[in-house]
Design a protein around this ligand. Structure first.
Ligand SMILES: Nc1ncnc2c1ncn2[C@@H]1O[C@H](COP(=O)(O)OP(=O)(O)OP(=O)(O)O)[C@@H](O)[C@H]1O
Length: 579
């Protein structure tokens, strides 16, 4: 309820056109309600007295009221659609803006499948609810109340039929609306699972094929799809069953009306036209109630959607701008971790425990350790993709939590473990790192990342188009471009998270040479499973189970760290070549 009230604020800018819709609808309803009364007069006065002129006059009047009704209906639809679409567009914009600010932790906790369902399904459900409320929620009750009032004044003898049938209809509508709200919230949850599965399948289609897991994936998809089907079926069936039940109650009302009416016609206290008008009004009433019940169900369905949308809009962003950002000059690139503890699920097991180290500006820090030991997590804390549970990280002596986020992140070039490029040209992707980069800067960054050669092999070079997920590049080419994108920023801190894993030894040596040459003032963090990639570093951190097991230069570690020595020995064939 609260969530719905919050979202209704989005209607405020459209109040005027939102009011126009029901106003136009009133015109249509009045015209609809006039028709049976005119018809009654045609029968009881025109036809009964054989007054042709009267019949023609009323016939023309019926036509005119139908045309006015049409204008009213069309006007109402146009303004309802305008209001609802603008309303949902504004909500979608804000949900998108909010998700953009989400920290990694926020995204982890929602899951991208659910976020997509919220941005598509839930917002569309709200849009439908607004359209139906503006159009039908006014039309339904107006038709209903109008019919009751007219029957009271024109066919009071048959009014007892309404006194019995209306409460029965209302009970059914109440029961179905409440039940459908619950069922549709289950449908939305099933939809989240289908979206998550679809996303995963599309992202991993190559792996699925390579492992010949199509059948397994099909089976898995069938499972979530079947759940969605069952839940949708139950919900839709319930909604659709209401119609025949209401028809049945109305038909009983018609029979009762006819029976009472015929008796009264025989007694001479009622005219035949009144019975016909009564039956018409009973049908109009049922239509009014039926459409109101549809709106009620749509509204009931929109409550869980509103809750989910507001959940996103009100999510507390875990990583926020400091309230009083410290004033900093140019960042030099000193990085210090002081007693840092971190866990992904708050109060869960620590992934990093009591990390302390210092990197001076311009130094290269190698990070090595077994899979899952916490290497990537460590570097993700530097640009504040996550914040530590306790302990602090300083850049040039200033706590990163006190630095303006933009200043902090523009000083960092991050090359993630999985090279993620965007659809568009190579140039677009490089400009992602530096919007106003010149062609010379692009050339230089590409050269430093050993990407120049393959780019120049394309006819259109930097304008070469990358498909979604850069599927038209090889793994190594993607890594090189991802590095070039970070290099072009000329960052003060460069983080290379196992970013040369798909690059041949010669190219890797070229990249390292470039780093030594042109990026001497940059503090470089290199994560690698290969000793050859980090052995020249000024300082190497050996991470095991989230703890710095040892730190020092290559030679120091060979002497002091058992783990480092073991890694060295296991890779020594390659290392010896490189030394
Ligand atoms: N987003 C996440 N949510 C929850 N746990 C995570 C998340 N990312 C990583 N972990 C867990 O944190 C631990 C450290 O992961 P991390 O990616 O830092 O390891 P790593 O040393 O970089 O491994 P690798 O060499 O395989 O890349 C692992 O146990 C992993 O399962």
């Amino acid at each position: 309820m609260n969530a719905m009230r919050k979202l209704l604020h989005y209607l405020k800018p459209y109040t005027f056109i939102a009011i126009l819709s029901p106003l136009f609808m009133c015109v249509e309803v009045v015209m609809d309600l006039l028709q049976p009364t005119i018809m009654q007069k045609v029968i009881d006065t025109g036809i009964a007295n054989e007054d042709h002129a009267y019949v023609i006059k009323l016939g023309l009047f019926m036509l005119l009221s139908a045309i006015i009704g049409l204008i009213g209906g069309a006007g109402s639809s146009i303004y309802a659609a305008r209001t609802a679409v603008s309303f949902s567009t504004d909500i979608r914009r804000d949900v998108f803006k909010k998700t953009e600010q989400f920290s990694n932790g926020n995204i982890d906790s929602f899951g991208s499948g659910k976020l997509i369902t919220i941005l598509t399904n839930d917002i569309t459900t709200m849009q439908q609810a607004v359209i139906m409320t503006l159009r039908i929620f006014v039309r339904g009750p107006l038709l209903f109340i109008g019919s009751v009032v007219i029957v009271w004044f024109t066919a009071r003898e048959l009014f007892p039929v309404l006194l019995v049938s209306i409460p029965i209809l209302l009970v059914f509508i109440y029961f179905f609306s409440v039940k459908s709200g619950k069922l549709f919230s289950h449908v939305q949850k099933a939809m989240d699972q289908v979206n998550t599965k679809l996303q995963e399948m599309l992202a991993g289609i190559r792996v699925i094929k390579a492992f010949d897991r199509n059948e397994y994936e099909k089976g898995h998809f069938k499972m979530v799809n079947d759940t969605l089907m069952k839940r949708s079926m139950t919900a839709e069936q319930l909604v659709l069953t209401l119609m025949p039940i209401m028809m049945f109650v109305v038909n009983l009302g018609i029979i009762a009306g006819l029976w009472m009416g015929v008796i009264k016609v025989n007694e001479g206290t009622l005219q035949v036209g009144v019975i016909l008008a009564f039956i018409n009004y009973l049908n109009i009433m049922m239509n009014g109630l039926m459409s109101s019940s549809h709106v009620l169900m749509q509204i009931a369905r929109s409550f869980p959607s509103a809750d989910r949308i507001v959940q996103v809009l009100e999510t507390k962003i875990e990583i926020t701008e400091p309230e009083q950002p410290s004033k900093m000059d140019e960042i030099r690139g000193d990085v210090e971790f002081r007693e840092v503890h971190f866990s992904y699920s708050k109060n869960g097991e620590y992934v990093l425990t009591n990390l302390s180290f210092k990197a001076n500006a311009g130094q290269t820090i190698g990070i090595i350790g077994s899979t899952g030991s916490g290497k990537s997590t460590l570097v993700k804390l530097i640009p504040r993709l996550y914040d530590p549970d306790s302990g602090d990280i300083f850049i040039d002596g200033v706590n990163v939590k006190e630095m303006p986020l933009e200043k902090l992140r523009t000083a960092i070039g991050f090359v993630p473990q999985k090279a993620l490029l965007f659809s568009g040209s190579i140039e677009d992707n490089l400009r992602f790192g530096k919007e106003d980069a010149t062609i010379e800067q692009m050339e230089y960054a590409a050269q430093s990342a050993a990407a120049s050669e393959f780019i120049h092999r394309f006819d259109d070079q930097f304008e070469h188009t990358l498909l979604q997920g850069a599927t038209n590049l090889s793994g190594g080419q993607k890594q090189r471009l991802s590095m070039a994108r970070a290099f072009i920023r000329e960052p003060k801190i460069l983080i290379l998270d196992d970013s040369t894993s798909a690059i041949d030894a010669l190219s890797e040596a070229a990249v390292q040479q470039a780093l030594k040459g042109a990026y001497t003032n940059t503090t470089v963090f290199i994560i690698s499973l290969k000793i050859s990639s980090i052995m020249d570093a000024d300082q190497i951190l050996v991470i095991e189970d989230g703890i710095i097991e040892a730190a020092g230069t290559h030679n120091e570690l060979l002497a002091s760290s058992k783990i480092y020595r073991e890694i060295y020995l296991s890779q020594s064939g390659r290392v010896v070549e490189n030394v």
